[in-house]
Write a protein that binds this ligand. Sequence first.
Ligand code: GCW
Length: 726
Amino acid sequence: MVMSSLRSWGHLCLLLAVVAVAAPPVHGEDGYRLWLRYDRISDAEKLQVYRKAFSSLHVAGSTATLNVARRELRRGLEGLLDTDVPSVQAPQSHTILVGTPAQSDRIAELGLDGALNRIGPEGFVLRSMTVDGHPQTVIAANQEIGALYGVFRLLKRLQTHASVQDLDVADAPNVEHRVLNHWDNLDRTVERGYAGFSIWDWWKLPEYKKQRYTDYARANASLGINGTVLTNVNADATVLRPRYIEKVAALAEVFRPYGIQVYLTARFSAPQEIGGLETSDPLNPKVRQWWQDKVDEIYEKIPDFGGFLVKANSEGQPGPQDFGRSHAEGANMLAEALAPHDGMVMWRAFVYSNEVPEDRAKQAYNEFTPLDGEFRDNVMVQVKNGPIDFQPREPFHPLFGAMPETPLMMEFQITKEYLGFETHLVYLGPLFEEVLGADTYAKGEGSTVATVVDGSLHDYEFTGMAGVSNIGTSRDWSGSHFNQANWYVFGKLAWDPHAGAEPIAREWIRRTFTNDTTFIQPVTEMMMASRQAAVNYMTPLGLHHMMGADHHYGPAPWIDVEDVGREDWTSVYYHRADSAGIGFDRSTSGSNAVSQYYPPVKEKFDNLDSIPDKYLLWFHHLPWDYQMDSGRTLWNELVYRYNAGVDTVQWMQEEWARLEGMIDDQRYSQTETMLEIQEQEAKWWRNACLQYFQTFSQRPIPDRYPKPPHSLEHYKSLEFPYAPGI
Ligand code: GCW
């Protein structure tokens, strides 16, 4: 008995040993670590080189931010190099020396003044130097936050197996305010959130500060994000009550060492709602006093409070126009209260009304351009990337370039409200890059949106970029592994709006998955193709706003006034399909929205010979038999595009299948499943839209394409009462 059980025990051990040896070296990953994965470097040669180059570290000073920098460096090096990298009192050979001249004479004496003078408060110098005969790697900055950014930069080099010899890097952000916008409500639901609930556990704050808050700050700092608006733009005045200000202060305290300022959304009617006043008129002295007192109260608890983000007179939100005042008068009142504390106002330009008898795409421009020059110095006007609403594709917003006297802040949406929620693999880098790279011609050729956003075009330093967050309580933060890339690319482009989406994708893949080029190459291609795929299977050729009403899930090109009560929330308002053709005529003979663009952009969009296909039906209503450059008729082109979108998703599935085994099963199979959902939904979009448009075009779907398997009635009857994000 004893012998036989010993033998089975032996067998079991042997079996386990075999399994252990045979198992792939990868292990399960739940995504919590994001791109900050510091596992032992797999390339033995690189490991040798890095170990030799970095044998100790010396972070000069022990302020909160420098302590974070030291911890990060140790954690990173010890993980990546899989060896002890001690903190030393006196730098030796191969020490990493980190600090600011103000904190450390050692740094001050390195002769880096010239470089430091060029990098501002948040930049850093990363340089290989010989100090007292010792080869060292120096990370120097004017302020501690720059040192932390430099630490992340060095660790990134190791994560991506880059060279660390002869380093001579100096970098600084091109945009001053790099801010996440959380559309998080105080009850922890998240408007347009697809990654669980809000990570702010308001109820337990201020006492209980979750580890996740620190991890959030760390992830953002690794990208250079330096601000966060904690609350939904559809605002709740409650957050301005004393009890909540304490809670906000607790979060601010966690974020401070990471260089992240907190902001709140200000509900314009707060003086009435929580202040007991009879009006919120921005010109009323009592109202002004109320805001000043409120702002002073906030700064007493949060000395580095960033300021307010405001959605006013838009989609039912209160605002200055309720009292006959302009957006500038409203913004300036808040700005005046914030100015003594160095706080700012981010005033959104996302305004439109169904009572204004004008193309919705034109309304923000019409409303804001006359106010150019009227805003106080500490106001930025925050403009969505396109004139409608974060659609899969829109031309750039014509306000960019059109308000030379007003700093304009870019607003991108990272959460994929209109691009497949959390499930679809859609990398937003190409969308962001397309918008930033668009030439407004405001001051002639080269006046790209990026030059407006970075302040260089109109010569101002007060600049910003906002991204509507895709972060929630989901273990992987963003609802899927690939959605993390959208947070990542936003952060990188906010730092440098001239950077490219593709290199950022590669870098993200290396840090998140592997440095194996046989994985990086196809996955980069998938990511780069994914946005156009979504455009194709949802809203090709400049179509827009055809999603389900309210929850915005799935196709619903049939939505009309009877469904939603107002024209500008329908689908039919935007595609205008009829027996003659399809598209919104915004040309000079239509709504004339094209004229909001500078020449020659205006002419380019106005003219059928020069307008790119991607914006065709945004600006023109065209007959079904209109001849496309491809040689196809418009109807056939539409059919072709919808199918191409599905094809690309299927290609992505095939590519992904070839990569099985190259990464851990957990992330592999999540992605595989998400792609299956995406394929199903891409087909659903194609089938429902073609079935619907066919009722107008009265033309057949060419034989080589699949026919919609269901009737139009079937697609129309689908309901999604618990769709997330509302
Ligand atoms: O895209 C729309 C969303 C709303 C959002 C609004 C906005 C926060 O559907 O949920 O409200 O834009 O940006 O204000």
